[in-house]
Design a protein around this ligand. Structure first.
Ligand SMILES: [Zn+2]
Length: 567
């Protein structure tokens, strides 16, 4: 994944405890008023819902066993020989340093792209069965599109995505690695190196899973299987997925794929229950640049407010007046996620369960908008359009008035919020400061206030803004995926039970280019323990047992989708 937001942790436990008691007391009060407010019908409905076990809320799908599945297949994947082969395949891929740097020059000009030639050669040599059964194409030099033609053209293809590139290892961190970053070293449990978890493990795992189908099962798909591997996801995909997705769309058309699966979160234990987080959407994104031009001059005769001062006032106002409360949008995957936690979280108190199960009630919505950060700090940022003032630069000399200052602010837009609303809120703040200080304002190419002698603001985007991704439905295809997760973890790995829940990616994957191709886009890695490993950091590593779970899951899902003929 391109970037990763980390959950915030706040306050000491005693402080938290006191806060929690007062919050709970508050909640009971609000609940009492709320129940009165929503009326007796809702109370009766609530009781009925309670008696029916909240049917319809976070219902689970059955375990999906592929046709002809034999339990001895578990043994095949548990064999130490399989592990050894898998270590060699993934280790070899990690040893090829396919870094993409922020300052990469164009293809064909910047020699650093050439490492992808080596990576392609490695894949061809390592996966001969795949290269004999699949049609292999390159798109825009290094994108890989592999096609395993199915026999039934009425079935929509499925598409597995991954990216070949890895995030750069900053040279000054090399010595901090326990094992060198491109060693692919296996310590008996973990395989180490940049890309071992983001996400050569996905790319190699997909190829290993399909190799199993070819070599061990002589599998012949009815449904076409596509593999799409970009090569610059870590720098937002200007040459990779942005070129590959339209190529696929041209060939198959809009809404032509049954399923798209890309990298994402995995399985975690929360509130005494194992949840599989299948991201059905991604937050939107905006990087807004605010420039301020003001007249220069000697610092001995300054105005009351210099450009730096005026720009700082914008920062202050943005942080005091523009912070969003959580958006409780029932269509958002986060609402589904919280309801799943409410229904299945074993160690949650009844009161928390009732809050979560009744998210759609107005008093609960109000309570959560007001107290979300205190109650559920870990998820609050996922339900909020976040704002971070990340860069501020102004002036050039200690004795000269600043003539040019600028500010970069990063937004991650929540489901239920829109770019239009975000821009409107942002411009309201800037307009207020512009009027107060008598400076002009241009915004996104339009003049809103004419420039004056005192100067002018100019608002532009650093990158094109991106709306929150369309929410993929919890339908039969989601059900097949969930069933494959359950087979992998409940039967192959003997977990007690896995609750599969829709969830949200806080960052953007290459799927942002694929929205037109399918309604069913899921971002998920069938692995547990990912929060304990280190994506994008020193000592990135993958637990090989989890890598094999991923392989098992992909081969299961491929077979299960092959015999499902409704789409
Ligand atoms: Zn990634």
């Amino acid at each position: 994944m391109a970037t990763k937001a980390s959950p915030s942790k706040k306050g000491s436990s005693t402080k938290k405890g006191g806060k929690l008691v007062s919050t709970v007391a508050l909640f009971i009060g609000v609940l009492a008023v709320g129940l009165y407010w929503v009326g007796i019908d809702s109370i009766v409905n609530g009781i009925n819902l309670a008696l029916s076990g909240y049917s319809g809320v976070c219902d689970q799908y059955p375990i999906a066993k592929p046709e002809g599945f034999n339990d001895s297949e578990f043994d095949y994947f548990n064999d130490p020989k399989y592990l050894q082969r898998s270590v060699e395949l993934l280790g070899g891929a990690v040893r090829i340093p396919t870094e993409t740097h922020d300052d990469m020059g164009p293809l064909g000009e910047d020699s650093r792209w050439a490492v992808f030639d080596e990576f392609h050669k490695y894949l061809k040599e390592s996966f001969p069965s795949i290269y004999s059964k699949f049609k292999v194409e390159t798109v825009n030099t290094y994108n890989l599109l592999l096609t395993w033609e199915g026999s039934n053209k009425d079935l929509k293809p499925i598409l597995y995505m991954s990216h070949q590139d890895v995030v750069t290892v900053p040279p000054d961190t090399w010595t901090q690695w326990t094992h060198p970053p491109f060693s692919g070293h296996f310590d008996g449990t973990f395989l180490h190196g940049r890309g071992s978890l983001d996400c050569k493990n996905n790319l190699i795992g997909i190829l290993e899973a399909l190799t199993y189908l070819i070599e061990e099962l002589d599998f012949k798909p009815q449904r076409t299987v596509l593999l799409a591997f970009g090569f610059d996801e870590e720098i937002s995909g200007p040459y990779g997925a942005s070129q590959l997705a339209p190529f696929i769309e041209k060939r198959y058309g809009r809404d032509s794929l049954a399923l798209i699966l890309d990298e994402g979160d995995g399985i975690h234990e929360l509130a005494g229950t194992f949840f599989a987080h299948v991201a059905t959407s991604e937050k939107g994104f905006a990087n807004i640049r605010l420039e301020l031009h003001t007249p220069g001059g000697h610092s001995s005769v300054p105005p009351d407010h210099t450009g730096v001062g005026i720009l700082s006032e914008v920062v202050t106002d943005l942080e005091n007046k523009n912070l969003q409360k959580p958006v409780i949008d029932m269509e958002s995957p986060m609402a589904s996620h919280l309801q799943c936690a409410g229904k299945h979280g074993k160690s949650l108190s009844l009161i928390v369960k009732s809050i979560l199960l009744h998210l759609d009630l107005k008093p609960i919505k109000l309570l959560l908008r007001w107290k979300m950060k205190e109650l559920f700090s870990l998820v609050a940022y996922l339900m909020t359009t976040t704002q971070a003032n990340d860069v501020i630069v102004g002036g050039a000399k200690a004795n000269a008035l600043p003539e040019y200052s600028y500010l970069y602010t990063n937004y991650r837009v929540a489901n239920g919020d829109t770019l239009e609303a975000l821009n409107e809120r942002y411009l309201k703040i800037v307009t207020g400061v512009a009027k107060k200080h008598g400076v002009g304002l241009y915004a996104f190419g339009e003049q809103l206030i004419a420039p004056t002698k005192a100067g002018y603001f100019n608002v532009t985007n650093l990158q094109p803004q991106l709306s929150p991704a369309p929410v993929s439905p919890k339908n039969d295809v989601f059900g097949k995926l969930a069933g494959a997760v359950r087979l992998t973890f409940e039967e192959f790995q003997s977990y007690p039970s896995i609750i599969v829940t829709p969830s949200l990616m806080p960052a953007n994957t290459d799927t942002k280019f694929y929205w037109q191709l399918s309604q069913n886009i899921y971002r998920f890695a069938a692995m547990s323990g990912m929060w304990e490993t280190k994506i994008h950091a020193v000592d990135e590593r993958v637990e090989m047992k989890e890598h094999i779970n991923f392989i098992f899951f992909i081969q299961t899902l491929t077979r299960v989708m092959d015999t499902y003929t409704e789409i």
